[in-house]
Design a protein around this ligand. Structure first.
Ligand code: UGA
Length: 438
C-alpha cells in the first residue's frame, strides 16, 4: 500500500519505518530540515533500540523516504498524522499542529481527488477526530479515523511489530477495512470502534498505568509510617494474588503490568503526565470532575518532595550539603529527560538549598543547560559517590543495582531498584518504614 506519515518524530518515524518493513511504500513528511537530513542518512534524532537498523534497511530497500512536501501525500491511500501535540500552560492539549496538518492535507486532496483514509496516530483528546479533523474533509472520498499508538520508549520497534492489538476508530466501514489491510501483516487482533472510543482508550490506558504507580506510592506512604514494614514485601503479596499472577500449566505467570504496581519517585516521560493532564483539562472544560485521576496526579506531584524528605531524614537539613542524583532520564535505558522524576528531585533539592551533582549513564551535560551551571555533572558514578553525602537513585538504570555497601554516601533508593540486602540501615528507601532492629 502507498502510505504517508506526516511528522517524523518518535511516533511517526517508528510507525513509518515499521510499516515499510511490512512491505508498504512509505513516505515520511517532516518539516524540520535537520531532522529530515538525519533521517535520510539513517540516523534517528533520538535514542531508540533497533530503530537505526530498521530505518537503514528500509531506506536502502527504497520502501521508506522522507521529504518536506505535504504534496507528496497525494498518491497515498492512507495518510497517518503523527505530529506533536504539546501541552498549553494549563495542561490542555494544543491541537494546532494536528489542525494545520489536516488543513494542508485538505488542500492537497482538493487538487487531486481520490479515495483516501486519514488516520490520527498522535494522542488526542476524545472528540478531536470527529469535531476537529473530520469536518476538514467533508466529501465522501476521505474517511477520517483514530489509530492511536501504544509504543513504549525503549521498546517502540518491538511494540510496533508485536502489538497487543491495533485500534481503529472509524465511522466508515470502508475506511476501517483499509486500515485493517494496512496492519494485516502484523497478524495482531484489530479492534474496530468509533474514533472517540479509540481516543479515550488511549488515555484510559496511560491513566491506568499512572494510577497503578500512584496507588503503589500511596501504599508506600503508609508503609513508611510503620516500623519494620517495607512496601516491597506488601506489594509482592498483592502480586501473588492469582488474579494478578495466574498459574498457567503449573507455572506462575508474572504479567508485565506488575512492574507498574511498584513504589518509586513517581511516573514521568513524555506521555503519562501529559496525557493525564490533557484528559483532565478537557473534562474540566466539559464541566466534569474526576477526583480519582486528580488524586493520581497529586500523589505523583508530591513524590519528589517525599524523596528529599527521606534524604533529610538520613542527614538532617540538606541546605549547603552535597547531594547526588543518580538518573536524569525518565526511566533507565533511555536518554529522554522529558517530565523526568530525577529532574524534579534536582529541583526540590535546589529549592531546599542543597548543592546538587547528577549522573546518568545515557544523558549528557546538555540536559542541564536550563540550570545555568547551578547543577554539577559527573561523568562517572564512582566520582560522584566519592563527593556527595547522599545519593538518590531515581531510575532503574542497570548500573545502579550494583551499588554496594562499601561507600561513604548514604543511598536513598527512590526507585526501589537496589536489592534490599544492599541497603544498609543508614540508607533510606521509598516505602521502607523505620528498620526494626528487634
Ligand atoms: C507509555 C505507555 O507505557 C505506552 O503504552 C504508551 O504508548 C506511551 O506511554 C505513549 O503514550 O506514547 P512510555 O512513556 O514510553 O510509554 O513509558 P513507560 O515505560 O510506560 O514509563 C512511564 C513511567 O512508568 C515512567 O516513569 C517509568 O519509570 C514508569 N514505569 C515504567 C514503571 O513504574 N514500571 C515499569 O515497568 C515501566
Amino acid at each position: 500500500m502507498k502510505v504517508a506519515v506526516v511528522g517524523c518524530g518518535y511516533v511517526g518515524l517508528v510507525t513509518g519505518a515499521g510499516l515499510a518493513s511490512l512491505g508498504h511504500d512509505v513516505g515520511g513528511i517532516e518539516t524540520d530540515q535537520e531532522r529530515r537530513r538525519g533521517i535520510a542518512a539513517g540516523l534517528p534524532p533520538f535514542h531508540e533500540p533497533q530503530l537505526p537498523e530498521l530505518l537503514a534497511k528500509q531506506l536502502a530497500g527504497g520502501r521508506f523516504r522522507v521529504s518536506a512536501d505535504l504534496g507528496d501525500t497525494a498518491d497515498a491511500e492512507v495518510v497517518l498524522l503523527a505530529v506533536q501535540t504539546p501541552a498549553n500552560e494549563d495542561g490542555a492539549i494544543d491541537l494546532q499542529y494536528v489542525e494545520s496538518a489536516a488543513d494542508g492535507l485538505a488542500q492537497v486532496f482538493a487538487a487531486r481527488p481520490a479515495r483516501r483514509v486519514v488516520a490520527v496516530r498522535s494522542t488526542v483528546v476524545p472528540g478531536t477526530v470527529d469535531e476537529r479533523v473530520a469536518p476538514r474533509f467533508p466529501g465522501p472520498d476521505t474517511a477520517v479515523a483514530s489509530n492511536p499508538e501504544f509504543l513504549r520508549e525503549g521498546s517502540a520497534v518491538e511494540d510496533f511489530l508485536r502489538p497487543d492489538r491495533v485500534v481503529v476508530g472509524c465511522h466508515e466501514p470502508w475506511g476501517a477495512r483499509v486500515l485493517e489491510e494496512l496492519y494485516r501483516p502484523l497478524g495482531a487482533p484489530v479492534v474496530v470502534t468509533t474514533p472517540a472510543t479509540a481516543e479515550l482508550a488511549k488515555y484510559a490506558s496511560n491513566a491506568f498505568l499512572a494510577t497503578l504507580i500512584s496507588f503503589s506510592n500511596e501504599i508506600a506512604r503508609a508503609a513508611e509510617g510503620i516500623a519494620g514494614v517495607d512496601v516491597e514485601d506488601v506489594l509482592r503479596i498483592l502480586h501473588d494474588d492469582r488474579r494478578l499472577s495466574p498459574v498457567v500449566d503449573g507455572s506462575i505467570v508474572r504479567p508485565g503490568i506488575l512492574s507498574y504496581l511498584k513504589a518509586g519517585c513517581g511516573y514521568g516521560g513524555s506521555c503519562l503526565p501529559k496525557d493525564l493532564s490533557a484528559l483532565l483539562a478537557a473534562r474540566r472544560v466539559a464541566g466534569a470532575e474526576h477526583p480519582l485521576l486528580e488524586a493520581v496526579r497529586a500523589v505523583n506531584d508530591g513524590q519528589p518532595a517525599r524523596v528529599v524528605d527521606l534524604v533529610e531524614d538520613a542527614l538532617g537539613e540538606v541546605r549547603s550539603r552535597k547531594i547526588g542524583v543518580l538518573g536524569l532520564a525518565f526511566k533507565g535505558g533511555t536518554d529522554d529527560v522529558r517530565s523526568s522524576p530525577g529532574l524534579r528531585v534536582v529541583d526540590e533539592l535546589l529549592r531546599r538549598g542543597a548543592e546538587v551533582i547528577v549522573y546518568d549513564p545515557l544523558v549528557g551535560e546538555d540536559a542541564l543547560r536550563a540550570y545555568d551551571g547551578r547543577v554539577g555533572f559527573a561523568r562517572e558514578l564512582e566520582a560522584l559517590l566519592d563527593e556527595v553525602e547522599a545519593a538518590v537513585v531515581t531510575t532503574n538504570a542497570p548500573e545502579f543495582s550494583a551499588l554496594d555497601g562499601d561507600r561513604r554516601a548514604v543511598i536513598v533508593d527512590g526507585r526501589r531498584f537496589l536489592p534490599p540486602d544492599r541497603l544498609r540501615e543508614s540508607d533510606r528507601a521509598i516505602g521502607r518504614g523505620p528498620v526494626n532492629s528487634a
